[in-house]
Design a binder for this molecule. Sequence first.
Ligand code: SF4
Ligand code: SF4
Length: 207
Amino acid sequence: MLGEGIVKGLAETARNFIGSYVEEERLTTVEYPEERLPAKEAARNFPFLVFDGDDPHAGLRCVACQICEKECPPQCIYIEKSKDKKPDYVGKPQLYPAVFDIDVSVCMSCQICVEVCPFDAIKMDTEFELSNTDRFGALLLDKHRLARSNVYYHKIHSTEAAEVDSHLAAEKAKIEAKAKADAEAKAKAATAKSPAPPAPKSTVPAI
Ligand code: SF4
Ligand code: SF4
């Protein structure tokens, strides 16, 4: 029958509308902003920079490689490399971003920056209440505003953050095992190269 689908749809809508007054599970909306639904784990808005530990500078994972800056389709990331280096999560000296800005008024939440980052340093935030009357300054986020702890990352994307942690721990264990094996091989080579000590002279008189 012509229009049968529309009638069925309207009937379902009416059933839910009237039902929402008597059955709580039919009430699918909340009175925002007083009430809020928890964000879904897969939700994403704008990127943030992850840091380990308590210090946003010392623990910042970003090494200023600028891959995300090059790959960002609307070019809304701006990075300046540091002049000095700081140790990364395995203790290797690395550059860090002296400047890392994202213009979230331009960002299109595509997540490409996250996918191309080889250091798991940039992830997508779920924060969406960013409206502001200052369209320019307030929406240009610098590295201090972008930095969020790994604890925060676990809070908003627990499954993904746990996978990243185990991947980084495995990488760290691999690097440490290689460094240990190299040190042992070097020590062995040094021992093999050093000349054997001369045999002690006999003090027993010849008969
Ligand atoms: S989410 Fe997309 S648009 Fe936004 S900063 Fe990352 S790459 Fe650029
Ligand atoms: S966030 Fe990742 S890809 Fe971007 S500069 Fe830092 S380390 Fe490189």
